[in-house]
Design a protein around this ligand. Sequence first.
Ligand SMILES: Cc1cc2nc3c(=O)[nH]c(=O)nc-3n(C[C@H](O)[C@H](O)[C@H](O)COP(=O)(O)OP(=O)(O)OC[C@H]3O[C@@H](n4cnc5c(N)ncnc54)[C@H](O)[C@@H]3O)c2cc1C
Length: 255
Amino acid sequence: MGVLDQVLAVTPTHTTIKVVNDGIPLTGSVPPELLREYFRDLHGDDSGVVQSYASVRRRVLDQILVEAAAKAGAEVRTNFAVRELVRDGDRVVGIRGRTADGQTVEERARIVIGADGRNSFVARTLDLPKYDERPKCTFAYWSYFSGFDLGPAQLHRRGRLASAVVPTNFEQNMVLVWGPSEWSREFRRDVPGNFQRALDFVAPRSARRSAPRGPARSGSTARWTRPASSGRCTGPAGCSSATRSASRTSARPWA
Ligand SMILES: Cc1cc2nc3c(=O)[nH]c(=O)nc-3n(C[C@H](O)[C@H](O)[C@H](O)COP(=O)(O)OP(=O)(O)OC[C@H]3O[C@@H](n4cnc5c(N)ncnc54)[C@H](O)[C@@H]3O)c2cc1C
């Protein structure tokens, strides 16, 4: 889409990542040829592959994409919620939705594309079949912290828990903690506390610099910028090392 330069202009990027696996640190980058091969396998196209790691906030990326779509001729309507599909027999011929000021609007089209994400209203309404379903195996919590700079992205794993600290927009770091689904109920009892305990357990050194204990301490601008959002990963990444190493360490730092 030609928006990479715009993204990189406002997003920190690095060419290396640090991975610490049960105390064993590795720093490096994926060779560009391997990245190209991966993209060829996955998308049949390796154009535009660069060796830069960047974590972009959705509100930054979405804004850039929306502006690029408008520039390419699309009519963009934000704050518009699709509520119904308009049908003609067994064909979908349009949508009905609500504008930001509460007006109901109907639009008709030759093709209606349901690009509405994981919990797609379109897919649900049409009862579309699911494919390649994976078991839910991982929970994850993340939030954004400012006031420190750890350099390139870091991924740590200890036993069944893992964490990542990744620099992102607005001079903040995305701090993510994940673990096996069967621990999520216990974790949810005290999210900020268990988030901190998990970080202390998995990556004590970066935890000391990244996450506050309770309210921001004096002398530190690190902060809990909003309640951590939760998500479940169902893809292969979510089911990888943290789960496979289950038998080796079952320690729960909050237990
Ligand atoms: C914490 C986290 C980290 C991730 N990290 C990565 C990563 O590093 N790399 C990666 O490749 N992927 C990552 N992903 C996955 C990635 O975000 C998704 O795969 C991707 O966003 C899916 O794109 P999409 O366009 O299908 O859906 P979405 O990005 O979810 O977009 C759907 C859009 O439709 C809108 N919408 C939904 N319903 C309606 C409605 N009724 N009316 C109007 N609009 C509607 C939503 O508001 C949204 O804007 C991550 C996901 C999470 C949660």
